[in-house]
Design a protein around this ligand. Structure first.
Ligand SMILES: NC(=O)c1ccc[n+]([C@@H]2O[C@H](COP(=O)([O-])OP(=O)(O)OC[C@H]3O[C@@H](n4cnc5c(N)ncnc54)[C@H](O)[C@@H]3O)[C@@H](O)[C@H]2O)c1
Ligand SMILES: [Zn+2]
Length: 362
């Protein structure tokens, strides 16, 4: 069996530097990894689906390393990122006498990572935190970078904190048990990273990503490396980190308009298609490049358009956190592997959405 030193490691160079370990069958090594960090007592936050599949494997690994643990299981799904569950998490830690030096292990997808991360950020002004992402989306995106949040009735992610983990344990073999539609949400984010960072990676994605794909190690590594680089430059999301929102302003609007029946990744994929068309209309990229982006998204079984009007998409997009006064910062594509932030007036943004949606690539 592989030694833990043999897995791929990516360093995230934030104030408190940490490593993301990427590979197959890492769950079995969790106990060993936690011991190397000095943790002997951990609080596991997970969801019912993940726990029912992986309980035995994780417990076995922790017991082998003599790590004391307690588990708090939330129902799966976005609704779990609630104030009520946050308070349940805090109560659970206090009742079981957790100290700041103990670790909270978020074992699940982005929902559990965001909820668990926010609990760990605030309990006793911050306890230790480890991410064990179980979805592709969490592996390539949400488990790295330290953004944590829960939802309020007024909107998504409105209560949160920056909390970098001590380690991210990214076990690619866990994706095999995911429902395909959730896996595809992660594929959309992977395509996003390729457009932001690399032509080579982008054209690789013309062979659709599969749940047991041997290329996952390479793909996840490339996404995490890019995210780590950007997060190190702008940890608090004030500037260059906003590039990671490629396709997201329109995507969030589509998610909301569909009443969340179009999931995050699918909505982002549609947002990326409209941004590709807009970038073509603005003469930033050629028609061929715009077509390639739309084709890549289609080939990976994602959606490329939605049945909403430009006016509806515009109105919902300006409710987004990215709006300031009468301007909005949008991310445009200059080439595959190169995107740019552009601050524009809301009036212009409205025209841009219309021209993107009306653009013809034939
Ligand atoms: N913090 C950030 O930087 C950041 C970035 C992007 C997204 N997010 C957040 O991430 C969340 C979405 O994350 P997600 O797409 O991982 O969704 P999720 O956590 O809801 O997981 C999707 C579904 O897959 C199930 N699941 C998870 N792992 C599984 C496995 N290995 N096998 C079988 N089933 C499994 C879950 O139970 C759930 O039903 C959103 O709340 C979003 O706001 C945060
Ligand atoms: Zn996203």
């Amino acid at each position: 069996m592989k030694n833990i030193d043999d897995f791929i490691e990516v360093t995230v160079d934030t104030d408190d530097e940490y490593k993301v370990i990427i590979g197959n069958d890492l769950l079995k090594k969790t106990g060993e990894i936690l011991l190397t960090l000095g943790f002997k007592k951990i609080a596991i936050i997970t969801d019912d689906k993940v726990w029912s599949i992986y309980k035995e494997e994780l417990e076995k690994s922790l017991k082998c390393s003599n790590i004391h643990y307690e588990v708090l299981i939330f129902p799966h799904g976005e609704n779990s990122k609630s104030v009520q569950n946050y308070l349940k998490g805090i109560d659970f830690l206090a009742e079981n006498n957790y100290r700041r030096s103990d670790a909270l292990l978020a074992f699940g997808g982005g929902v559990i990572g965001d909820l668990g991360g926010f609990i760990s950020a605030t309990y006793q002004r911050g306890m230790q935190f480890v991410q064990l992402p179980t979805t592709l989306l969490a592996g390539v995106d949400s488990s790295v970078g330290g953004k944590t949040a829960i939802n309020l009735k007024q909107g998504k992610n409105l209560l949160g904190a920056f909390k970098q983990p001590k380690k991210v344990i990214c076990d690619l073999s866990l994706y095999k048990t995911m429902d395909k539609k959730y896996f595809l949400d992660g594929v959309a984010e992977t395509i996003k990273y390729s457009i932001l960072s690399s032509k080579e990676m982008f054209y690789e994605l013309f062979s659709p990503i599969k749940q047991d794909d041997l290329r996952l190690e390479y793909l996840v590594k490339r996404c995490v490396e890019y995210k780590a680089k950007i997060v190190a430059l702008d940890e608090q999301d004030n500037d260059i980190r906003r590039l990671l929102n490629l396709g997201h302003t329109i995507g969030h609007s589509i998610e909301k308009l569909s009443n969340y029946s179009i999931t995050h990744g699918f909505a982002v994929a549609i947002g990326i298609c409209y941004i590709a068309k807009l970038s073509y209309v603005l003469n930033l990229i050629t028609k061929e490049t715009a077509k390639d982006i739309v084709n890549c998204i289609e080939t990976n079984d994602l959606q490329t358009s939605a049945d909403f009007t430009p006016e509806e998409i515009f109105q919902n997009s300006i409710l987004d956190k990215k709006c300031e006064d009468d301007t909005i910062t949008v991310i445009l594509i200059q080439d595959i592997g190169s995107c740019v932030l552009k601050k524009i007036s809301l009036l212009k943004w409205k025209q841009y959405i219309k021209s993107a949606m009306e653009a013809n690539l034939d």
